[in-house]
Design a protein around this ligand. Structure first.
Ligand code: 13P
Ligand code: SF4
Length: 348
Protein backbone atom coordinates (compact mmCIF):
# COMPACT_ATOMS: atom_id res chain seq x y z
CA UNK A 1 0.00 0.00 0.00
CA UNK A 2 1.09 3.56 -0.62
CA UNK A 3 1.98 5.78 2.33
CA UNK A 4 -0.02 8.92 3.10
CA UNK A 5 2.78 10.97 1.58
CA UNK A 6 2.89 8.88 -1.60
CA UNK A 7 -0.88 9.18 -1.95
CA UNK A 8 -0.70 12.94 -1.55
CA UNK A 9 2.08 13.16 -4.11
CA UNK A 10 0.07 11.09 -6.57
CA UNK A 11 -2.93 13.43 -6.26
CA UNK A 12 -0.72 16.47 -6.85
CA UNK A 13 0.92 14.76 -9.82
CA UNK A 14 -2.39 13.92 -11.52
CA UNK A 15 -3.80 17.37 -10.77
CA UNK A 16 -0.79 18.93 -12.49
CA UNK A 17 -1.05 16.51 -15.41
CA UNK A 18 -4.76 17.07 -16.06
CA UNK A 19 -4.77 20.80 -15.33
CA UNK A 20 -8.08 22.47 -16.19
CA UNK A 21 -9.50 19.18 -17.46
CA UNK A 22 -9.97 18.08 -13.86
CA UNK A 23 -12.21 19.69 -11.27
CA UNK A 24 -12.51 18.46 -7.67
CA UNK A 25 -15.49 19.83 -5.73
CA UNK A 26 -15.82 18.77 -2.07
CA UNK A 27 -18.68 19.05 0.40
CA UNK A 28 -17.97 20.65 3.78
CA UNK A 29 -18.51 17.23 5.46
CA UNK A 30 -15.54 15.68 3.66
CA UNK A 31 -12.37 14.63 5.46
CA UNK A 32 -9.47 17.10 5.67
CA UNK A 33 -7.20 14.70 3.77
CA UNK A 34 -9.56 15.10 0.78
CA UNK A 35 -10.55 18.74 1.27
CA UNK A 36 -6.90 19.83 1.02
CA UNK A 37 -7.03 18.94 -2.69
CA UNK A 38 -10.44 20.45 -3.46
CA UNK A 39 -10.76 23.12 -6.16
CA UNK A 40 -14.00 24.24 -4.49
CA UNK A 41 -15.56 23.50 -1.13
CA UNK A 42 -19.19 24.22 -0.38
CA UNK A 43 -22.59 23.07 0.80
CA UNK A 44 -24.95 21.24 -1.54
CA UNK A 45 -26.42 24.42 -3.03
CA UNK A 46 -23.03 26.02 -3.67
CA UNK A 47 -21.64 22.82 -5.18
CA UNK A 48 -24.64 22.46 -7.51
CA UNK A 49 -24.07 26.01 -8.76
CA UNK A 50 -20.33 25.55 -9.09
CA UNK A 51 -20.70 22.31 -11.09
CA UNK A 52 -23.25 23.96 -13.37
CA UNK A 53 -20.63 26.57 -14.29
CA UNK A 54 -17.70 24.17 -14.56
CA UNK A 55 -16.28 23.44 -18.01
CA UNK A 56 -13.87 20.73 -16.81
CA UNK A 57 -13.86 17.43 -18.70
CA UNK A 58 -13.66 15.36 -15.51
CA UNK A 59 -15.37 16.13 -12.22
CA UNK A 60 -14.15 13.98 -9.32
CA UNK A 61 -16.99 14.66 -6.90
CA UNK A 62 -15.99 14.40 -3.24
CA UNK A 63 -19.40 14.08 -1.64
CA UNK A 64 -22.25 11.58 -1.80
CA UNK A 65 -24.09 9.85 -4.64
CA UNK A 66 -27.07 12.22 -5.01
CA UNK A 67 -24.69 15.20 -5.28
CA UNK A 68 -22.75 13.50 -8.07
CA UNK A 69 -26.03 12.71 -9.85
CA UNK A 70 -27.00 16.36 -9.57
CA UNK A 71 -23.61 17.41 -10.94
CA UNK A 72 -24.04 15.03 -13.88
CA UNK A 73 -27.46 16.47 -14.69
CA UNK A 74 -26.27 20.08 -14.45
CA UNK A 75 -23.22 19.57 -16.69
CA UNK A 76 -23.20 18.73 -20.38
CA UNK A 77 -23.05 15.29 -22.00
CA UNK A 78 -19.32 15.35 -22.69
CA UNK A 79 -18.39 16.05 -19.08
CA UNK A 80 -17.70 13.00 -16.95
CA UNK A 81 -18.67 12.99 -13.26
CA UNK A 82 -17.03 10.39 -11.04
CA UNK A 83 -17.63 9.38 -7.44
CA UNK A 84 -14.47 8.22 -5.64
CA UNK A 85 -16.39 5.50 -3.76
CA UNK A 86 -19.60 4.09 -5.19
CA UNK A 87 -20.72 3.15 -1.66
CA UNK A 88 -20.90 6.81 -0.65
CA UNK A 89 -24.68 7.06 -0.56
CA UNK A 90 -26.94 8.94 1.83
CA UNK A 91 -29.13 7.11 4.34
CA UNK A 92 -31.75 9.86 4.06
CA UNK A 93 -31.92 9.69 0.27
CA UNK A 94 -32.33 5.91 0.63
CA UNK A 95 -35.50 6.45 2.67
CA UNK A 96 -37.54 7.39 -0.40
CA UNK A 97 -37.59 5.42 -3.63
CA UNK A 98 -39.62 6.33 -6.68
CA UNK A 99 -42.15 3.49 -6.30
CA UNK A 100 -42.94 4.50 -2.75
CA UNK A 101 -43.34 8.14 -3.80
CA UNK A 102 -45.70 7.24 -6.64
CA UNK A 103 -47.77 5.10 -4.26
CA UNK A 104 -47.96 8.00 -1.82
CA UNK A 105 -49.08 10.37 -4.59
CA UNK A 106 -51.80 7.86 -5.63
CA UNK A 107 -53.02 7.47 -2.04
CA UNK A 108 -53.17 11.23 -1.52
CA UNK A 109 -55.28 11.60 -4.66
CA UNK A 110 -57.56 8.58 -4.39
CA UNK A 111 -58.21 8.51 -0.64
CA UNK A 112 -57.81 12.15 0.39
CA UNK A 113 -58.53 14.09 -2.81
CA UNK A 114 -55.17 15.85 -2.52
CA UNK A 115 -53.36 16.78 -5.73
CA UNK A 116 -50.05 17.65 -4.12
CA UNK A 117 -47.27 19.97 -5.22
CA UNK A 118 -44.10 17.96 -4.50
CA UNK A 119 -40.86 19.51 -3.28
CA UNK A 120 -37.74 17.50 -2.74
CA UNK A 121 -34.64 18.16 -0.75
CA UNK A 122 -31.68 17.62 -3.10
CA UNK A 123 -30.83 14.69 -0.82
CA UNK A 124 -32.89 12.37 -3.03
CA UNK A 125 -32.44 10.20 -6.11
CA UNK A 126 -32.57 11.62 -9.63
CA UNK A 127 -35.79 9.62 -10.19
CA UNK A 128 -37.51 11.46 -7.37
CA UNK A 129 -36.28 14.78 -8.70
CA UNK A 130 -37.77 13.77 -12.08
CA UNK A 131 -41.12 12.93 -10.44
CA UNK A 132 -41.10 16.34 -8.77
CA UNK A 133 -40.18 18.09 -12.04
CA UNK A 134 -43.03 16.35 -13.89
CA UNK A 135 -45.53 17.58 -11.33
CA UNK A 136 -44.31 21.17 -11.51
CA UNK A 137 -42.49 21.13 -8.16
CA UNK A 138 -38.99 22.17 -7.18
CA UNK A 139 -35.86 20.90 -5.51
CA UNK A 140 -34.47 22.72 -2.49
CA UNK A 141 -31.52 22.56 -0.13
CA UNK A 142 -31.14 23.65 3.46
CA UNK A 143 -29.67 26.88 2.06
CA UNK A 144 -32.82 27.95 0.21
CA UNK A 145 -35.59 25.90 1.87
CA UNK A 146 -37.43 28.97 3.21
CA UNK A 147 -37.55 30.63 -0.19
CA UNK A 148 -38.73 27.52 -2.03
CA UNK A 149 -41.33 26.46 0.55
CA UNK A 150 -42.67 30.02 0.83
CA UNK A 151 -43.08 30.20 -2.94
CA UNK A 152 -44.88 26.81 -2.93
CA UNK A 153 -47.20 27.80 -0.05
CA UNK A 154 -48.22 30.87 -2.03
CA UNK A 155 -49.56 28.58 -4.76
CA UNK A 156 -52.21 27.31 -2.35
CA UNK A 157 -51.63 23.64 -3.00
CA UNK A 158 -50.84 20.95 -0.47
CA UNK A 159 -47.08 20.41 -0.44
CA UNK A 160 -45.58 16.93 -0.40
CA UNK A 161 -42.15 17.43 1.20
CA UNK A 162 -39.54 14.73 0.42
CA UNK A 163 -37.66 13.01 2.02
CA UNK A 164 -36.63 14.79 5.27
CA UNK A 165 -39.51 15.29 7.69
CA UNK A 166 -37.39 17.50 9.97
CA UNK A 167 -36.26 20.03 7.37
CA UNK A 168 -39.86 20.12 6.14
CA UNK A 169 -41.39 20.61 9.58
CA UNK A 170 -38.81 23.15 10.74
CA UNK A 171 -39.08 25.21 7.57
CA UNK A 172 -42.88 25.17 7.31
CA UNK A 173 -43.21 26.06 11.01
CA UNK A 174 -40.89 29.05 10.56
CA UNK A 175 -43.13 30.20 7.71
CA UNK A 176 -46.21 30.13 9.94
CA UNK A 177 -47.69 26.71 9.20
CA UNK A 178 -48.93 25.28 12.52
CA UNK A 179 -48.00 21.71 13.47
CA UNK A 180 -51.70 20.72 13.25
CA UNK A 181 -51.65 21.54 9.54
CA UNK A 182 -48.81 19.08 8.92
CA UNK A 183 -49.47 15.42 8.08
CA UNK A 184 -46.85 12.72 7.98
CA UNK A 185 -46.64 9.95 5.38
CA UNK A 186 -45.01 6.67 6.41
CA UNK A 187 -43.73 4.83 3.32
CA UNK A 188 -43.41 1.56 5.22
CA UNK A 189 -46.98 1.29 6.50
CA UNK A 190 -48.22 3.38 3.54
CA UNK A 191 -50.37 5.50 5.79
CA UNK A 192 -51.01 9.18 6.30
CA UNK A 193 -51.15 10.43 9.89
CA UNK A 194 -52.70 13.77 10.85
CA UNK A 195 -54.59 15.32 13.74
CA UNK A 196 -57.19 17.72 12.37
CA UNK A 197 -59.37 17.71 9.27
CA UNK A 198 -58.08 16.66 5.83
CA UNK A 199 -58.96 20.04 4.33
CA UNK A 200 -56.68 21.79 6.86
CA UNK A 201 -53.54 19.91 5.79
CA UNK A 202 -51.03 22.27 4.15
CA UNK A 203 -47.99 20.06 4.00
CA UNK A 204 -47.42 16.30 3.95
CA UNK A 205 -44.03 15.38 5.39
CA UNK A 206 -42.29 12.23 4.18
CA UNK A 207 -41.14 10.12 7.13
CA UNK A 208 -37.40 10.24 6.40
CA UNK A 209 -34.54 11.66 8.42
CA UNK A 210 -30.78 12.15 8.51
CA UNK A 211 -29.17 9.56 10.77
CA UNK A 212 -26.35 12.01 11.59
CA UNK A 213 -28.44 15.02 12.61
CA UNK A 214 -30.98 12.94 14.54
CA UNK A 215 -28.18 12.15 17.01
CA UNK A 216 -28.38 15.63 18.51
CA UNK A 217 -30.83 15.47 21.40
CA UNK A 218 -32.64 17.57 23.99
CA UNK A 219 -30.42 15.82 26.56
CA UNK A 220 -27.34 17.22 24.76
CA UNK A 221 -28.87 20.71 24.93
CA UNK A 222 -29.63 20.40 28.67
CA UNK A 223 -26.05 19.33 29.33
CA UNK A 224 -24.57 22.25 27.39
CA UNK A 225 -26.88 24.72 29.17
CA UNK A 226 -25.77 23.27 32.52
CA UNK A 227 -22.07 22.83 31.90
CA UNK A 228 -21.39 25.87 29.71
CA UNK A 229 -23.52 28.83 30.78
CA UNK A 230 -23.52 31.56 28.14
CA UNK A 231 -22.71 29.17 25.33
CA UNK A 232 -24.89 29.64 22.23
CA UNK A 233 -26.30 26.60 20.46
CA UNK A 234 -26.68 26.51 16.68
CA UNK A 235 -27.96 23.44 14.79
CA UNK A 236 -28.67 22.28 11.24
CA UNK A 237 -32.40 22.15 10.32
CA UNK A 238 -32.10 18.38 9.66
CA UNK A 239 -32.18 18.11 13.48
CA UNK A 240 -35.54 17.29 15.08
CA UNK A 241 -38.15 20.00 15.69
CA UNK A 242 -37.65 19.86 19.48
CA UNK A 243 -33.90 20.27 19.17
CA UNK A 244 -34.23 23.18 16.73
CA UNK A 245 -36.78 24.87 19.01
CA UNK A 246 -34.59 24.44 22.09
CA UNK A 247 -31.49 25.80 20.32
CA UNK A 248 -30.61 29.49 19.99
CA UNK A 249 -30.37 29.40 16.22
CA UNK A 250 -30.55 27.02 13.29
CA UNK A 251 -29.43 27.13 9.70
CA UNK A 252 -27.85 25.52 6.69
CA UNK A 253 -24.19 24.63 6.54
CA UNK A 254 -23.52 28.01 4.97
CA UNK A 255 -25.41 29.91 7.65
CA UNK A 256 -23.65 28.05 10.47
CA UNK A 257 -20.30 28.96 8.92
CA UNK A 258 -21.27 32.60 8.48
CA UNK A 259 -22.66 32.98 12.00
CA UNK A 260 -19.60 31.47 13.69
CA UNK A 261 -17.05 33.20 11.45
CA UNK A 262 -18.58 36.63 12.05
CA UNK A 263 -19.09 36.12 15.81
CA UNK A 264 -16.91 38.22 18.14
CA UNK A 265 -13.76 36.70 19.64
CA UNK A 266 -14.31 35.07 23.01
CA UNK A 267 -17.86 33.90 22.22
CA UNK A 268 -18.83 30.31 23.03
CA UNK A 269 -20.65 27.95 20.65
CA UNK A 270 -22.06 24.43 20.58
CA UNK A 271 -22.70 23.23 17.03
CA UNK A 272 -25.12 20.52 15.95
CA UNK A 273 -23.87 19.27 12.60
CA UNK A 274 -21.46 16.81 10.99
CA UNK A 275 -18.16 16.11 12.73
CA UNK A 276 -15.66 16.98 9.98
CA UNK A 277 -17.24 20.39 9.54
CA UNK A 278 -17.38 21.04 13.30
CA UNK A 279 -13.71 20.09 13.66
CA UNK A 280 -12.76 22.40 10.78
CA UNK A 281 -14.75 25.28 12.29
CA UNK A 282 -12.98 24.70 15.63
CA UNK A 283 -9.58 24.80 13.90
CA UNK A 284 -10.40 27.90 11.84
CA UNK A 285 -11.75 29.89 14.84
CA UNK A 286 -9.09 29.61 17.55
CA UNK A 287 -10.35 32.86 19.11
CA UNK A 288 -13.68 31.23 20.10
CA UNK A 289 -14.65 28.36 22.35
CA UNK A 290 -16.42 25.82 20.14
CA UNK A 291 -17.66 22.29 20.85
CA UNK A 292 -19.92 19.73 19.19
CA UNK A 293 -23.42 19.73 20.68
CA UNK A 294 -23.11 15.95 20.99
CA UNK A 295 -19.82 15.25 22.84
CA UNK A 296 -19.36 11.97 20.95
CA UNK A 297 -19.38 13.94 17.69
CA UNK A 298 -21.56 12.80 14.81
CA UNK A 299 -19.88 11.58 11.66
CA UNK A 300 -21.60 10.91 8.37
CA UNK A 301 -20.25 7.45 7.60
CA UNK A 302 -20.97 7.62 3.89
CA UNK A 303 -19.34 11.06 3.44
CA UNK A 304 -16.34 9.61 5.27
CA UNK A 305 -16.03 6.73 2.81
CA UNK A 306 -14.27 9.16 0.48
CA UNK A 307 -10.69 9.10 1.71
CA UNK A 308 -7.30 9.66 0.15
CA UNK A 309 -6.89 6.09 -1.21
CA UNK A 310 -10.31 6.35 -2.90
CA UNK A 311 -9.48 9.76 -4.35
CA UNK A 312 -6.24 8.39 -5.77
CA UNK A 313 -8.07 5.36 -7.20
CA UNK A 314 -10.59 7.67 -8.85
CA UNK A 315 -7.92 9.96 -10.32
CA UNK A 316 -5.91 6.97 -11.57
CA UNK A 317 -9.07 5.75 -13.30
CA UNK A 318 -9.39 9.08 -15.09
CA UNK A 319 -5.78 8.98 -16.28
CA UNK A 320 -6.28 5.41 -17.52
CA UNK A 321 -9.69 6.20 -19.10
CA UNK A 322 -11.34 3.55 -16.95
CA UNK A 323 -14.61 5.06 -15.90
CA UNK A 324 -16.08 2.31 -13.69
CA UNK A 325 -17.08 4.87 -11.10
CA UNK A 326 -18.78 7.31 -13.45
CA UNK A 327 -22.20 8.59 -12.38
CA UNK A 328 -24.62 8.81 -15.28
CA UNK A 329 -28.28 9.77 -15.11
CA UNK A 330 -30.27 8.76 -18.21
CA UNK A 331 -31.59 11.43 -20.57
CA UNK A 332 -35.30 11.02 -19.83
CA UNK A 333 -34.78 11.28 -16.06
CA UNK A 334 -32.41 14.21 -16.51
CA UNK A 335 -34.89 16.18 -18.62
CA UNK A 336 -37.60 16.03 -15.96
CA UNK A 337 -35.27 16.38 -12.97
CA UNK A 338 -33.66 19.47 -14.50
CA UNK A 339 -37.01 21.24 -14.37
CA UNK A 340 -37.07 20.78 -10.59
CA UNK A 341 -33.39 21.69 -10.23
CA UNK A 342 -33.65 24.78 -12.43
CA UNK A 343 -36.77 25.88 -10.60
CA UNK A 344 -34.67 25.83 -7.41
CA UNK A 345 -31.69 27.60 -8.95
CA UNK A 346 -33.90 30.32 -10.47
CA UNK A 347 -35.32 31.18 -7.05
CA UNK A 348 -32.04 32.35 -5.55
P1 13P B 1 -26.29 21.21 3.14
O1 13P B 1 -24.99 21.05 2.44
O2 13P B 1 -27.35 21.68 2.18
O3 13P B 1 -26.23 22.03 4.37
O4 13P B 1 -26.80 19.75 3.55
C1 13P B 1 -26.30 19.06 4.61
C2 13P B 1 -26.24 17.64 4.33
O5 13P B 1 -26.60 16.82 5.12
C3 13P B 1 -25.68 17.23 3.07
O6 13P B 1 -25.84 15.90 2.93
FE1 SF4 C 1 -27.19 12.09 4.10
FE2 SF4 C 1 -27.21 13.04 6.59
FE3 SF4 C 1 -24.93 12.15 5.51
FE4 SF4 C 1 -26.02 14.42 4.64
S1 SF4 C 1 -25.21 14.04 6.67
S2 SF4 C 1 -25.16 12.77 3.38
S3 SF4 C 1 -28.22 13.94 4.84
S4 SF4 C 1 -26.77 10.92 5.96
Amino acid sequence: AMSQQQLEERVSEIKAELGDDLFIPAHHYQKDEVVQFADAIGDSLELANICKDSTAKYIAFCGVHFMAETADMLTNDEQIVLLPDMRAGCSMADMANINQVERCDDLLQSTYGIDCLPLTYVNSTAHIKAFVGKKGGSCLTSGNAHKVVKHALEQNKVILFLPDQHLGRNTAYDLGVPLEAMAIYDPISETLEFEGEVQDIRIVLWKGHCSVHEKFTIENIKNVRQQHPGMRIIVHPECTFDVVQASDDSGSTRKILEVITSAPAGTKWAIGTEMNLVNRIIKDNPDKEIISLNPFMCACLTMNRIDLPHLVWCLNNIVEHRFDNQIVVDKETTTHALRALNQMLSLQ
